[in-house]
Design a protein around this ligand. Structure first.
Ligand code: PXP
Length: 247
C-alpha cells in the first residue's frame, strides 16, 4: 500500500492572504486553520502531515508547526532548507521525518530538486545530524542517477523524487520520457537501499499513472487536495452562510 502524506501548506496560503498581520492569533476569525485541516486529513486516512517552513514564512508559520507537533496523531514531515538555522529548528522540534528541499526565495513553489552533488558537504552535515537525532531524512531530488547514488552514499534513509517535471509534461509528448526517468530512479534508489517517496504536482488525473511507479513508499500531495477541497466543500459553505443570513 502506498502511504499518503498530505501537504497542508496551501491551507496556510489562504489564511495568510487575509491574516498575514495576525501572526500568532488563532481561532475565531483567523481561518482557515491548517492544524484543523491536518486533523480532518488524518480522520480521512492521511498517513502523515507535511509542511514546508519556508525561510520567508509565506504560508506555514513556526507556531503552526509546534501546534501540529502537539496535535497530530500520525507523523510529521517537515520540509526544510539545508541551513544551520533549519537544522537547529528540526532538532528541537523532532518531527518523525524531514525532507530537505532547495529553497529560492523568489520561486512560487519548490521548482527543482536539491542538488546533492553540488552541496555534498552541507547535505551530509544535515543528514548526519538528523540520523544522530533519530529523525528520518529524505532528500528531495530530481530522478538523476548521480543524485540518487550520492543520496545513498550520504546515509539518507529516504529520497523523495520530484515529480514536477513529469506533471508539467503530462499533456505533452515529453511525458513518457519523464515517467521513464522516474521509473528508472525508483528502481535505482531501491537497489541502493533507499526508501522512495515522490511528490510535487501529483493530482487526481496523473495519480493513475504515478501510482504505477515501482517501490513507492509514500506520496506527498498538497495543492491538488487543497484545491479539490474547495470544490467538494463549496456547496455546503454557501448553504451554511445563506442559512445564517436568513435564520
Ligand atoms: N513534496 C515536496 C518536497 C514539495 O516541496 C512539495 C511542494 O511544496 C510537495 C511535495 C507537494 O507538492 P504539491 O503541492 O504540488 O502537491
Amino acid at each position: 500500500m502506498i502511504l499518503l502524506g498530505v501537504n497542508i501548506d496551501h491551507c496556510a496560503t489562504v489564511r495568510q492572504a487575509r491574516y498575514r498581520a495576525a501572526a500568532g492569533a488563532e481561532g475565531g476569525a483567523v481561518e482557515p486553520d491548517p492544524v484543523a485541516f491536518a486533523l480532518l486529513a488524518e480522520r480521512a486516512g492521511a498517513d502523515g502531515i507535511t509542511v514546508h517552513l519556508r525561510e520567508d514564512r509565506r504560508h506555514i508559520q513556526e507556531r503552526d508547526v509546534w501546534r501540529l507537533r502537539e496535535r497530530i496523531a500520525t507523523r510529521l514531515n517537515l520540509e526544510m532548507a539545508c541551513t544551520p538555522a533549519m537544522t537547529a529548528f528540526a532538532l528541537q522540534l523532532k518531527p518523525e521525518y524531514v525532507c530537505i528541499v532547495p529553497e529560492n526565495r523568489q520561486e512560487v513553489t519548490t521548482e527543482g530538486g536539491l542538488d546533492v552533488v553540488g552541496n555534498r558537504d552541507r547535505v551530509r552535515a544535515c543528514v548526519e545530524a538528523m540520523n544522530a537525532a533519530g529523525i528520518k531524512a529524505s532528500l528531495f531530488i530530481d530522478p538523476g542517477a548521480p543524485q540518487i547514488e550520492l543520496s545513498a552514499e550520504l546515509g539518507a534513509p529516504f529520497i523523495e523524487l520530484h515529480t514536477g517535471a513529469y506533471a508539467n509534461a503530462y499533456y505533452s509528448p515529453a511525458r513518457a520520457g519523464e515517467f521513464e526517468r522516474l521509473r528508472a530512479g525508483c528502481v535505482q534508489a531501491q537497489a541502493a537501499g533507499l526508501a522512495v517517496n515522490a511528490g510535487h504536482g501529483i493530482n487526481y488525473v496523473n495519480i493513475a499513472e504515478v501510482r504505477t511507479l515501482p517501490h513507492l513508499h509514500e506520496l506527498n500531495i498538497g495543492h491538488s487536495i487543497v484545491s479539490r477541497a474547495l470544490f467538494t466543500g463549496a456547496g455546503e459553505a454557501v448553504r451554511e452562510m445563506k442559512a445564517q443570513m436568513n435564520p
